[in-house]
Design a protein around this ligand. Structure first.
Ligand code: G3P
Ligand code: CA
Length: 346
């Protein structure tokens, strides 16, 4: 068994397909403790009990899919320290937002493989900076291989939960994300409804198209503000109305709402879980993070935004509301929350 799997271990094993247990989805890996979207972040997440590892996906110039939250890699890699790429620094507008940096679609996979990942939030998560420079940018194929290897070695089913980033933008460049993702899923033998795979998107039209091409479960992401970049809705908020949720259920298995759409900033639960379940949708909210800056005000401690607050209790509260899974930067706390929720204190 691989060394990284021998310590710690999972709290439980979620069923797939039927999903009797709320799923622990490692958001960009165990990204609270390792630089995000690296194999080391995914390995730690699996060791801590995550059921699914989440790769956000963007394309390379030569059509590969690499795992990054943004196609602008200035904040999450050491590219600024690579003089050979200095001339490729540029400014682009992506989904209406102007960005300056280096963009994955301007590099081949071989070039991106010469870079190393760095911690995105060095001030918030300084302990993670000791891992700077140690990990490559993974491909989707490497993440799938890791999930399969970990499944074989642990006896648990470890799945992948890929997100298609900026689908309309990348299609406009002739680098659509979806065909390459489907090819990778097909090659893995996972192109079926009960495969340990969810595909997520903040856009609507690419999910509707995917629903005609694959049985893999699809998750519609929903934010509290702005609108999908494909123009499908005037505002994300329009998507949480019961009638809109019924429309989403025509092509998606579930929704991935931002946390405040489930528990509002005044610490009052909304009707979203009830409404989504009534429409036949599962609910996987995001993102549970331990630092007070990210917690609902009811779960913060002290005045330092970096200080870890009462994330375990926040997760337990959401589990009590009936979530079917949840994204977290801290899968080990997710595993504690799920275990405690299943076995209430006497
Ligand atoms: O995909 C769920 C959640 O990850 C969406 O937010 O911005 O972290 O990709 P983001
Ligand atoms: Ca994501």
């Amino acid at each position: 068994m691989a060394a990284w799997l021998t310590a710690g271990g999972c709290a439980t094993t979620a069923e797939h397909g039927t999903e009797t247990a709320p799923l622990i989805i490692a958001h960009r890996g165990a990204s609270g403790e390792r630089p995000e979207h690296t194999l080391m972040a995914y390995e730690l997440a699996i060791k801590q009990g995550a059921d699914y590892i989440e790769p956000d996906l963007v394309p390379t110039k030569d059509g590969h899919l690499v795992v990054r939250h943004e196609n602008n890699i200035v904040e999450t890699t050491d590219i600024a320290q690579h003089p050979e790429f200095a001339a490729r620094r540029t400014t682009k507008t992506i989904d209406g937002i102007k960005e300056t940096g280096w963009f994955t679609e301007d590099f081949t996979l071989a070039e991106l493989k010469t870079l190393r990942a760095v911690e995105r939030l060095p001030l918030m998560r300084p302990a993670n900076t000791k891992y700077n420079g140690q990990a490559e940018i993974p491909t989707i194929e490497e993440v799938i291989a890791l999930a399969k290897r970990a499944s074989a070695e642990t006896g648990r089913v470890i799945g992948i939960y890929p997100e298609t980033k900026h689908p309309t933008y990348f299609a406009s460049l002739g680098l659509p994300v979806e065909p390459r993702l489907l090819a990778a899923i097909e090659a893995a033998g996972w192109n079926r409804a009960d495969a340990p795979v969810f595909i997520q998107s903040f856009e609507v039209n690419n999910l509707k198209a995917l629903a005609k091409q694959t049985k893999v479960r699809l998750i519609q992401l929903i934010k509290p503000a702005t609108a999908p970049a494909d123009g499908s809705y005037a505002a994300y908020r329009d998507m949480i109305a019961p009638a809109a949720l019924r429309d989403i259920a025509d092509y998606a298995y579930g929704i991935g709402p931002e946390l405040t759409l489930v528990l509002d900033p005044d610490n009052k639960p909304t009707t979203l879980i009830t409404d989504a379940h009534a429409a036949g949708l599962r609910v996987h909210p995001w993102t549970f993070r331990a630092e007070s800056a990210f917690l609902n005000t009811a779960y913060r401690t002290g005045t330092n935004p970096m200080e870890h607050g009462r994330l375990l209790e926040e997760m337990q509260y959401f589990l009590g509301l009936g979530v079917d899974g949840f994204f977290t930067d801290y899968p080990y706390i997710g595993a504690q929350a799920r275990a405690s929720f299943r076995t209430p204190a006497k």
